[in-house]
Design a protein around this ligand. Structure first.
Ligand SMILES: N[C@@H](CCC(=O)N[C@@H](CS)C(=O)NCC(=O)O)C(=O)O
Length: 326
């Protein structure tokens, strides 16, 4: 997972991005000066690539779901470089919006660190204007624990998570582990900002809690051993327990029938609104959909499929996927 820590390359990258924006801006002011805009664009692209990292940048631009944005941005870039700055910038802007719309909260954190632009964005009037359109944004730092190197079993990590697993968080003096408890903590802490994830009435909260429990005791209880056998064992060269996988598939099919039924009359698991009940399913669902051969169990169920397409298209989830480089 990429970290948001600033190393020297990222600092240089941000500097270049800042100059890129500045030259492009100057170019536009000087009645679409071709040279300035082209130079600004080249600096901007080099800056973004250094900031994200060369390999993650290639992965990001070549991802299937980013094709539309990348092609528009790339064509726009070529038009700018070959002397058609107005059309080029228009096409680039479209590509930029398509590429980064789900990425805005992370992008905002980076933009604020760019010299001059960062200072401008910090000004109270501009800040309040942006906050109005931005929704919830919480500053955080990702600390990568390398599971391949068994860093989760080291004494310093056991202080955060005594069972030697991830995730764990530190928020001021609070240390917390168990993903569902962490999700509930943040949902409660920031209940007055952005989407209300807890449920608005006592009864609605009870239904949300019920489906969070269902996730842990029925969905995850079957999905986890399936994923371990189908995804992780082959990765580590261990034999798959074929009989167990077949047994689990039958169980999983029955669990998903219950979901299909629930979602036939409810847009989300908790009812009309997206809540913690949906959110806690997302990591397990991602594995099932993207890393196993079991996605058909979901796509063949009309309502389950509709629900997954809807929740996995949420900007915060897309941003997380970019951050995790999935
Ligand atoms: N109940 C825990 C489960 C955490 C868990 O399964 N973590 C896995 C990664 S998703 C892990 O750390 N595996 C490495 C290991 O067990 O050594 C939670 O929800 O936080």
């Amino acid at each position: 997972m990429p970290s948001l820590e600033m190393n020297d390359l990222k600092k240089i990258g941000l500097g270049l991005t800042g100059f890129g924006v500045f030259f492009t801006f100057l170019g536009v002011i000087f009645v679409f000066d071709k040279g300035l805009i082209a130079m600004g664009n080249i600096l901007f692209l080099a800056g973004v690539t250094l900031t994200i990292g060369i390999n993650p940048a290639i992965q990001f631009f070549t991802k299937r779901q980013n094709f539309k944005g990348t092609i528009s941005f790339g064509l726009g870039f070529l038009l700018v470089v070959f002397g058609w700055p107005i059309f080029g910038l228009l096409l680039e802007s479209y590509g930029f919006l398509v590429l980064f719309s789900g990425f805005w909260p992370t992008l905002a954190v980076f933009l604020q660190r760019i010299p001059l632009l960062g200072w401008l964005l910090q000004q109270p009037y501009i800040r309040s204007l942006l906050d109005r359109y931005r929704g919830r944004r919480i500053e955080f730092e990702v600390i990568h624990v390398d599971l391949d190197k068994l860093e989760q079993k080291k004494p310093e990590h056991l202080l955060r998570q005594p069972f030697g697993q991830v995730p764990a968080i530190e928020d001021g003096d609070l240390k917390l582990f168990e993903s569902r408890a962490i999700a509930r903590y943040y949902a409660t802490k920031y209940a007055d900002q952005g989407t209300d994830l807890l449920g608005k009435t006592l009864e609605k909260r009870a239904i949300v809690d019920q489906w969070v429990e269902v996730e842990n005791n029925y969905f995850y209880a079957v999905a986890l051993p399936l994923v371990i056998n189908i995804v992780f064992k082959p990765m580590f060269g261990e034999p798959i327990d074929v009989a167990l996988v077949e047994e689990l598939k039958v169980k999983f099919d029955k669990v998903l029938d219950v979901y299909e039924n629930r979602l036939a009359t409810n847009r989300y698991l908790g009812g009309d609104e997206f809540t913690l009940a949906d959110l806690t399913h997302m990591p397990g669902m991602r594995y099932i959909m993207n890393e196993t051969s079991l996605s058909g169990l979901v796509t063949s169920r009309e309502n389950l499929n509709r629900w997954w397409n809807e929740i996995s298209a949420r900007p915060a989830w897309k941003m997380l996927m970019e951050l995790a480089a999935y």
